[in-house]
Design a protein around this ligand. Sequence first.
Ligand code: GRF
Length: 201
Amino acid sequence: KNIVVLISGSGSNLQALINAEAKGQLGGRIALVVSNKKAAYGLVRAAEANIPTLVRTLKEYKDDGKTREDYDRDLAAHIEATQAPDLIVLAGWMHILSPAFIDQFRDKIINLHPALPGELDGAHAIDRAYEEFKAGIRTRTGIMVHHVIPEVDKGDPILTMEIPCVAGDTLETLEERIHTAEHQILPKAVRLVLQHGDNIL
Ligand code: GRF
């Protein structure tokens, strides 16, 4: 089963997928890593694992007078032509995908988001959870892997996990607890989706 992973940053979740694949626990193989940022450290992780990478930035499209839709359409065409993926995993991918892109890979895109379903949609979810914890209006947060639909972070959840906020937590200690949990949940979600095919998609 062919997996394409989209990243924008350090790629610690990509690393968790690479590690799971190496142990035969992923249920498929990571055939391509795409980053929309040139400096994403996840590209180094992919290269070290001998996984082909593709860097495409929105900036180069804009500099060429092209649009977000052009970016998404070209990326979808490239992925389809070279991979025909069974699954696209958004692992710290910080670019809202167009409905056309999502439609082209209907039900084959999943996303990791550091919040529980219906809470803290969008960017900086961990920072916002931490602020609410400090304000005394939140005692726990969580993470989820969900199906991707056009509404950001709104697709049906596949796996979720509650994460406690602990007295004395700093943003860093909360982030650490969240990322550790993410590294466990994402490979499990990928395996689940690849093993169970349509009846979970
Ligand atoms: C993760 O917290 C993910 O949930 C969020 O961005 C972060 C990516 O981290 N979307 P990494 O690039 O996988 O280390």
